[in-house]
Design a protein around this ligand. Sequence first.
Ligand SMILES: Cc1cc2nc3c(=O)[nH]c(=O)nc-3n(C[C@H](O)[C@H](O)[C@H](O)COP(=O)(O)OP(=O)(O)OC[C@H]3O[C@@H](n4cnc5c(N)ncnc54)[C@H](O)[C@@H]3O)c2cc1C
Length: 394
Amino acid sequence: MQHASGVVREFDASLPPAAQALLARAAAFSAEHVAPFARDWEYQRQLPLDALVRACRAGLAGVEVPAAQGGLGLGFGARVRMVETLARHDAAFAFSLVNHHNVTARLATLPDRPMGGWVPAMLAGELIGCTAMTEPEAGSDFSAIATRARRVAGGWSLTGEKAWITNAAVANVFLTYAQTEPGSGPKGIAGFIVRVDPGDEPGLTSFTRRPAFALHGAHAIGAGGFALDEFFVPDDQVMYAPGTGFKSAMAGVNAARTYVAALCAGMLDESLAQALAYGESRHAFRRPLLDNQGLRWSLADVASELEAIRLLTYRATRLIEVGEDAQWAAAVAKKFANERAVAGICACMQAMGAHGLRSELPLARHLATARVLSYTDGSVEMMNERIGHLLRTV
Ligand SMILES: Cc1cc2nc3c(=O)[nH]c(=O)nc-3n(C[C@H](O)[C@H](O)[C@H](O)COP(=O)(O)OP(=O)(O)OC[C@H]3O[C@@H](n4cnc5c(N)ncnc54)[C@H](O)[C@@H]3O)c2cc1C
């Protein structure tokens, strides 16, 4: 978009050439493999596994995986801009991809463990990853999870249920958080890799995949759940030892909030572009719609807020890249981006009259997805909790 290109151009210019090349590839991939199909994916109400695998094969799942392990070895800025680029056409698909990427990148930190050896298959999309914290009875309060991990010979036995897990509909590698000492809250939480190979699943009694949730949008996220009944996890698949699981899970949360803000920017950017194009070409009362000051002002508000979303998002991104504390920056970016994207997409739809409702256009899909992103990686209320807490301590 002309109006915001300065902020984006400036940020992209700060990225290394390999990241810029990735963004060009992501844009081309999105135009060819996402834009034409996103509406059908939504109608089919399921995660498009073929497209996810294709994205992996196009190298989009290895952004921050070290080059020595087959990834691109790029920084967080590349990940943020890649998801923003894909989100123009389908933020739910981008969210699924980045969640898979995150598990792949975590496994890549363990090159000397057997799990590190799964990275090539993850990069190729032969294995799909997900991160399972939430449970039917514990969402915002992660410390209250009830999935129990019991010590047994050679490993751990896991029993419990996970819900609302991105990619759970198709995943094979589940980074699963469980409580090792009931009643101990965050202190007893550990992270385990539950691996279920497609061929094994039908006969398994210790693992039951739940059907994905039926929503009013964002089905490409493939949010579902699974139940574990004395599922054995060997010691070498303990990702985070008891006592470190909670902290490790939280360590990724600022990055997640920041890329969710970027997803919101991508959706809002596309919605604004559509509204501007319509307002120029559509005539009412013998003049273009955009000749009406009220409409121009409404879209000027959207453009101003989009610019602010990007500035907040890129600031949080930079802090994360250099390893500085990004709690405040990420929470403010996510809250502002999400709330203003919901309002802004509505304004763009309003500016397009009935046309804005058409399923050929992404606006209504984007609106539903923006609402879904109000809960992921910390709800708006949890952002307020974090911001409010920091207001009193800094
Ligand atoms: C599509 C989708 C994908 C998801 N993907 C994942 C995933 O990959 N992995 C994963 O682990 N989880 C995932 N989640 C779950 C998500 O993290 C939770 O939805 C979120 O943590 C909120 O939990 P909840 O939905 O159980 O809401 P609840 O905890 O039941 O809260 C209900 C409402 O109360 C508010 N609330 C709660 N506590 C307070 C408080 N102290 N003060 C004020 N308000 C409060 C909440 O903000 C919310 O608005 C996903 C969710 C969705 C919708």
